[in-house]
Ligand binder design. Structure first.
Ligand code: 5GP
Length: 192
């Protein structure tokens, strides 16, 4: 998606440790018009698929997933929580994932009442690096008996192996921008 690539080029910064910072429009300040265009692009890619729910993970997935829902008939958006809370009651699907940016493990939790056998789910997230976050969401869908119809990603870092693993496993993965390489010294970002 050219618009997203241009924004990354213009406003993204490359940090040490293979981290791309895009807080000006995706991870802190949110460009809702861009989010809307991203939702339209996923709707185009996944046209013809039956999708009755979008599953994402807090926090940065929520905004893009909600904008995407408007292009999928306003299907409910469920976001996995990363911490237990007194507001989380009832039975839960729980797994553990390793966070690339926080460099620690944390739980991923979805209340059972919001994900059921027979749900046809689109997974959405902001970044795909090593694929741990998505593996957690897929595991939760498998526990629930829900079908993963596809995966929509804003920015895939193609030099890390999450995307390759998911495509090999047969998932329909649509990444709107695939970063081929990025250089923390020069700030250069190359797209696939
Ligand atoms: P993975 O689980 O695929 O290794 O990493 C994906 C998760 O880590 C995403 O949910 C995202 O929040 C975070 N992440 C991974 N790489 C980056 C990055 O380069 N920049 C930002 N802002 N987040 C990232």
């Amino acid at each position: 998606m050219k618009e997203l690539e241009e924004r990354i080029r213009r406003e993204g910064t490359v940090k040490p440790g293979n981290v791309l910072k895009v807080d000006a429009f995706l991870n802190h300040q949110c460009d809702v018009e861009l989010f809307d265009h991203m939702g339209a692009a996923w709707a185009e890619h996944f046209r013809g698929k039956t999708i009755n729910k979008i599953l994402t993970i807090e926090a940065s997935g929520i905004g893009i997933a909600c904008c995407a829902s408007r292009h999928f008939g306003n299907v409910p958006v469920v976001f996995a929580k990363k911490a237990q809370s007194i507001n989380l009651d009832g039975d839960q699907y729980v797994t553990t994932i390793y966070s690339f940016t926080k460099q620690r493990e944390f739980p991923v939790i979805v209340a059972k009442k919001f994900l059921s056998p027979g749900d046809h789910v689109l997974l959405i997230d902001d970044f795909l690096a090593n694929g741990k976050a998505l593996q957690g969401l897929i595991e939760i869908c498998n526990h629930a008996g829900a079908v993963v119809e596809g995966i929509g990603i804003a920015v895939e870092k193609g030099f890390q192996n999450g995307g390759e693993q998911l495509r090999k496993a047969g998932y329909d993965l649509d990444s709107l921008a695939i970063v081929k390489s990025m250089n923390p010294e020069t700030g250069d970002i190359e797209f696939a």
